[in-house]
Design a binder for this molecule. Structure first.
Ligand SMILES: [Zn+2]
Length: 404
């Protein structure tokens, strides 16, 4: 057993401990505390002026889009950005091409170097399963289904589940399903996805929800740029019935919002939407840097917390974010939400993301029994509020993984 001493221990489920220690044995946390107990350890290590904290959770990214890094410029409006993505993906390299796979490998390495322990990874091709299994990251890979005009929703879902099984998920790299968004997925496909995930005791699933004003207009009135894009790509379905309500109410009434859903973005959610998500026990994943880049707007992060919804943090893909550094995303959240306690932001990026993805038994806090997938973050002299410091923008050069 090894005992590590550090100027800060940040357990997440309790306030930070100044001049504390944690004991680790065979990759698991055994104990933590302030005053050093009588020696029962084989090794004492003093890490000095660092904060020890759990590895971070990036609850929403798309690793397979990493090859689009820096290729899609910022947009004034969300659907203009989506059109940029459609154009960029017309020259779609083969899913197994080195261009795609090398970019995935680099993204995984960068995410790791930035302190990420777990990813919620959205994939349309599932090519990221194999590289994630090779890596040290834990993950849920969400097989994302996207079809607005879908006469055979049950078959689409069954085929996806068979593909998932063939990829042999493990306890560390798991797989589930995602629906892309209310404007790109048929109502019966939402139902088929929900029915499939509900067969298991706990299977998280995901959807981009209330991301843009254009999405809200389309679900409320059936008009606007979403409709135009669907027509342009020949995916429009003239039999589709306009829901006439907010996207959150629409999916809630379809039975899609449960405690297992990760609702990503929520930029356009109002108080009634947030109350609904809180009542269902759903998780909002916020990605403020991506929202700025895509022209979706500024997410109401303070309202997310005020409503009592569980909040997790995502960087989104390298097509809309400059890097996969969750600490940088936390700094963006801090700028947008100055009234939210730093401790709550940190909990979102660790404990709450781990719980939303189903990894909370092993990750997310520093507690006896959990895995010692822990970070040691360099903290400069004179820092009194370590939590505030940790949401101020930590750079990869300050981050080390503790041996585990
Ligand atoms: Zn996304």
């Amino acid at each position: 057993m090894t005992r590590y001493h550090a100027s800060w221990i940040v357990p997440i489920n309790e306030p930070p401990i100044r001049d504390g220690w944690i004991a680790v044995d065979r990759g698991r946390i055994v104990a933590r505390g302030r005053r050093t107990p009588a020696s029962d350890v084989t090794r004492e290590v003093n890490l000095g002026r660092v904060a020890i904290m759990p590895g971070l959770v990036n609850a929403h990214t798309h690793l397979e889009l990493s090859y689009l890094r820096d290729l899609i410029p910022p947009a004034e409006s969300f659907m203009a950005w989506i059109r940029g993505v459609i154009v960029a993906r017309q020259r779609r390299p083969d899913r197994q091409s080195p261009e795609i796979l090398d970019a995935v490998d680099r993204a995984i390495a960068d995410a790791s170097a930035a302190g990420t322990a777990i990813v919620g990874d959205i994939s349309n091709t599932m090519v990221t399963m194999a590289p994630l299994k090779e890596s040290g990251l834990a993950a849920v890979v969400f097989y994302e289904l996207l079809k607005f005009n879908a006469p055979d929703p049950g078959e689409i879902v069954e085929r996806a589940l068979q593909e998932i099984d063939a990829l042999q998920p493990t306890d560390r790299v798991r797989a589930s399903l995602a629906a892309h968004a209310p404007y790109s997925v048929a109502p019966l496909l939402f139902r088929a996805i929900q029915r499939a995930v509900a067969r298991e005791p706990f299977r998280p699933y995901s959807v981009h929800l209330s991301e843009s004003a254009e999405e809200v207009e389309f679900i409320r009135k059936g008009t606007g740029p979403c409709r135009a894009v669907l027509e342009d790509v020949h995916a429009w379905n003239s039999a589709w019935k306009v829901p006439g309500v907010s996207p959150v109410q629409y999916l809630d009434e379809a039975g899609f919002l449960t405690s297992n859903v990760l609702a990503v973005h929520g930029v356009q959610m109002d108080a009634a939407d947030l109350a609904r998500l809180a009542a269902r026990g759903a998780t909002i994943v916020t990605c403020p840097r991506s929202n700025r880049h895509t022209g979706a707007g500024v997410p109401p992060i303070e309202a997310f917390y005020k409503a009592g919804v569980r909040v997790a943090v995502g960087t989104d893909s390298l097509a809309s974010a400059p890097d996969l550094n969750v600490f940088a995303e936390l700094a963006a959240m801090r700028a947008v939400a100055p009234s939210v306690a730093a401790a709550a932001l940190l909990a979102s990026a660790t404990r709450d993301g781990a719980a939303a993805l189903g990894f909370d038994a092993d990750y997310g806090t520093i507690e006896a029994g959990k895995r010692a997938r822990l970070l040691a973050i360099d903290v400069p002299q004179g820092i009194d509020d370590v939590e505030e410091y940790l949401v101020s923008g930590i750079e990869p050069r300050q981050i080390r993984w503790m041996e585990s």
